[in-house]
Ligand binder design. Sequence first.
Ligand code: ADP
Ligand code: ASP
Ligand code: MG
Length: 412
Amino acid sequence: MPTLVMKFGGTSVATVDRIRRAAKRVGVEVAKGYDVIVIVSAMSGKTNELVGWVQETSPLYDAREYDAVVSSGENITAGLMALILQEMDVPARSWQGWQVPLKTTSAHSAARIEEIPTENISAKFAEGMKVAVVAGFQGVSEEGRITTLGRGGSDTTAVAFAAAFEAERCDIYTDVDGVYTTDPRISDKARKLDKIAFEEMLELASLGAKVLQTRSVELAMRYKVKLRVLSSFEEQTDTSGTLVCDEEEIVESNVVSGVAYSRDEAKLTLISVADRPGIAAAIFGPLSDAGVNVDMIVQNISEEGRTDMTFSCPTDQVGRAEVAMNKAKEDGIINFHALDADTDVAKISVVGIGMRSHTGVAAKMFKALSDEGVNIKVITTSEIKVSVLVDRKYMELAVQALHDVFELEKIA
Ligand code: ADP
Ligand code: ASP
Ligand code: MG
């Protein structure tokens, strides 16, 4: 039997009624002759509630117990989905990560999938089971502890199952009907893309478009999984939604395909550090050891042997960064006059594979922002993207201005 993977996100399983609606979609695919692997998220809001409870216990909680608690939302939806399918006379069984077992690294709350043995589930399919409902987001470490894959991780569970079972397709059902030129919640001019290249989706996801977890796109690209994003609230045809695919499958690539934003960014500046060989290593080594995810870095022109070093990181890591820098100063590893933290910034990025062969995208972007009176604080570029940091209060304005200037409403 051909295998199909169907993933339902939090809003798609938010109530028993919605699980029933999702189960009907699953029933349609079973009737076509597929063995279906359904990956479920927790009911929407559940994971946040669980995270909140853990944080209430202690600021220095044990990461293993965090995973034990936070993974539990998916257990509920997996069991409920299996029950509803059985009620519909579809032979179904639920699986928690450890039962598969979905083996991961021991990096709690950010574990990576190492292996998905297919024997257990395949044996059940051979016995006549039609649907394996698997709890997304969770796995088990070599030490036998429950792990989670990072927020949004059920997407990655889904793609990894599609790769392991050589599924015909991996369908990600969510609360929007595909991947848009920007977040449809922020701009009503956003347009749905029929297709998007893996590379573009990878950039959009890593730059803040949470419609797919970054790691899921990486896996789909590596294992050539046919990945589709579609709505769980609308009737579907075989061409609904957005297909994430190889660049070659897209006849005409856009110079800019999308605008992404990331709200919770912070900009830190070490004022007046000695400009000498090894200074970057002396700063970013301790930051990395402290688990700070540094994104953009700018070293300013030095005057009289001293310079300012600016970098960005997620807002919730600012405290950790400050502690690490002050400690490095106390230990005599670095010397700076002050550490300035600006926690009210957002990152806006434009992404498109056509940028490889077109010049002028960055200039057009900067002009559009300046026409709106938006000041750019930091800039970074890569082959297919340009990102800027701006004051958070301008975030939506900046997204809309860029969506307009690159005429993205005309794309589809
Ligand atoms: P799920 O719970 O189904 O995993 P998510 O909330 O994680 O859903 O992801 C879907 C959301 O992603 C949408 O509701 C939308 O607001 C957001 N989003 C951000 N950027 C985009 C984009 N470019 N295209 C579509 N959705 C986007
Ligand atoms: N429930 C988890 C989260 O909210 C995983 C997911 O939904 O993908 O992050
Ligand atoms: Mg998600």
